[in-house]
Design a protein around this ligand. Structure first.
Ligand code: NAI
Length: 245
């Protein structure tokens, strides 16, 4: 019996990096997967790959900043599997730029995906969970939701927003059988790092290595399963020691 046996899990940003690693671990624990992403090509390939391994997975192309597309995610998930039990609200984009060079459009885009998108998908899930008598949400924030850093003001502000959105939603639904927590990763070796100097990030991390997406997946599984049954409105920082400094 897996920790998510017969549960239906929606994972945004679910075809790459932390989302994809979590999809694999959730499936190994018995979950059926609804993978949401804007990247249609990667999504179709990942869906095929999982299906060929006998994993129950459905890919939906959607932009988490579109209210209509977000609504349709849950309609499709419920049409396909009859219910949704878990949301891993994880899609996000990076933004590294000195503030004096950051355009307002870049600021808006970052906050739109990394904060507004998390709100829209959480809200849609909560509406279903209230009808279904409960559910679990794990939002992806960042260690930069806890500490500041130069050169990524928009990202850091959005992620701090996710940390406090998580507290607020956790409290709002604490007595409605809906648990809502957040993952705060440190530097994790995924495509979002792009051209960022990995050696610099490694040196800045007390454990002197980057985290692996699979290590994040284990923390997400804890928060998505009954192992964390008394946890809500809180964040789990998994960062190789970065924020302990
Ligand atoms: P990734 O780039 O591998 O995955 C992010 C996924 O989100 C991509 O597949 C992308 O297509 C999707 N996405 C982006 N915008 C979207 C939108 N508007 N609608 C739907 N899908 C969209 O990167 P990673 O590292 O797996 O990122 C997952 C989450 O972890 C993000 O929220 C990121 O901010 C967060 N995070 C990552 C850290 C790292 O060092 N890798 C550190 C702290 C937080």
């Amino acid at each position: 019996m897996g920790k998510l046996q017969d549960k239906v899990a929606v994972i945004t940003g679910g075809v790459s990096g932390i989302g994809a690693a979590t999809a694999r671990l959730f499936a190994a624990e018995g979950a059926k997967l609804v993978l949401v992403d804007m990247n249609e090509e990667k999504g179709a390939d990942f869906e095929q790959e999982l299906k060929s391994e006998g994993i129950n997975a459905t890919f939906i192309k959607a932009d988490v900043t579109s209210e209509k597309e977000v609504h349709d995610i849950f309609t499709t998930a419920i049409d396909t599997y009859g219910k949704v039990d878990v949301l891993f609200n994880n899609a996000g984009i990076g933004n590294v730029k000195p503030t004096e060079e950051l355009t307002y459009a870049e600021w808006r885009k970052t906050v739109e995906v990394d904060l507004d998108g998390v709100f829209l998908v959480a809200q849609a899930a909560i509406k279903e969970f209230l009808k279904a008598d409960g559910g679990v949400i794990v939002n992806t924030a960042s260690m930069y939701g806890w500490v500041g850093a130069p050169g990524s003001a928009a990202y850091n502000a959005a992620k701090a927003g996710v940390v406090n959105l998580t507290r607020s939603l956790g409290l709002e639904y604490a007595n409605r059988n809906i648990r809502i927590n957040a993952l705060c990763p440190g530097y994790i070796d995924t495509p979002i790092l792009g051209e960022t100097d990995r050696e610099m990030l490694t040196n800045a991390t007390p454990m002197k290595r980057l985290g692996k997406a699979e290590e994040m997946a284990k923390a997400v599984l804890f928060m998505a399963s009954d192992d964390s049954s008394f946890m809500t409105g809180n964040s789990l920082v998994v960062d190789g020691g970065y924020t302990a400094q």
